[in-house]
Ligand binder design. Sequence first.
Ligand SMILES: [Zn+2]
Ligand SMILES: [Zn+2]
Length: 410
Amino acid sequence: MAALPWDRSPGLREELADFYRDLHRHPELSLQEFRTAQRVAEALAPLKFEVTTGVGGTGVVGVLRNGDGPVVLMRADFDALPVAEKTGLPYASSVRAQDQSGVEVPVMHACGHDMHATCLIGAAALLANSTAEWSGTVVAVFQPAEELACGARNMVADGLFERFPKPDIVLAQHVGPLPAGMIGYGSGPVMAGMDGVQVTLYGRGGHGSRPEAAIDTVLMAANVVTRLQGVVSREVPPAATAVVTVGRLQAGTKDNIIPDTAELGINIRTYDEKIRALVRAAIERIVRAEATASGAEREPDFDWNISAPVLVNDPDATTATVAALTEHFGEQRILPIPQVNASEDAGVLGESAGVPSVYWFWGGINYAGRDLDQVPANHSPEFAPEIEPTLTTGVEALVVAARRWLEHTA
Ligand SMILES: [Zn+2]
Ligand SMILES: [Zn+2]
């Protein structure tokens, strides 16, 4: 491929850097991305994209129809996190907002989604200024609430694939702790599937001095936590990967009261459907059994309230896309990376449309002699991608990947 048409949009890089700094300074929590959505829509409109806002909540979809040919969907998420920024950057966030439960929290783009949205705007601009060189349709999807793993599903449920051209391929990327300018990729399962369940245990409350008259949910919950440690060590085959974490355990108000309920928040990571079903079933079995063992008079409640599928990179589509990226960036900037145990809801898009997905990571960190483990990564209050060469790399990766699937006319 020829050099990308940056020169046809003079000042674009500077505009994108300003756009990035603006999004970074004004982060919004998941499902509250109103200003961000508006900024994105304003940036897309002059680029000949048909822009639709309010898709699945605050989602924004831009469509650029440019003759016959494949439909390429590029997705960027744009929500921020309840983190107090400590980067010391001149464009650092000091924003505070109310979270879903009404608690005031600090807000920061600690996962780099502001960089994702900015790079997708940049890619849209470069594709729009080179329409004579390709044909097909580009769908730019700006997705809310990735951090709650519900934004992609919300957009699909709101008709993403009925109201807008259905893609032949889904492309997405995430900035992370690789050296700035590098691209890391995997094939097959690249990120874990995630499930979360909120469990409520029921016992019988009473005075702390009279345990014989109570059914102690604290002991019940403690036994559940301990017993759950056996799921991965004793039930999941050693060659498979799974994680079971109890990240929330709440019971009681005072040390001389036996509480009548206890709550557990349990998070699971798996890479295949069979193991996922096994782990889910084991958790329910153990929780119920411990309730029975304690003599509970009421069955526990299970609220499976969060889920993201395994993110699977289609092997053939990945090979083809990585070949194009390698040709553009050179071999020394592309590296295969191992599976990441974090999760992403980008996989919902390809899975729902029944088309291949290709998802890659790109680096935003200037290591400058620092130890790999010492550098703040995603979700850290000090996570601070270098604007360049991160921005240029992220824009070019999207354009090169999209052009791999669009038809060449020049
Ligand atoms: Zn994140
Ligand atoms: Zn993220």
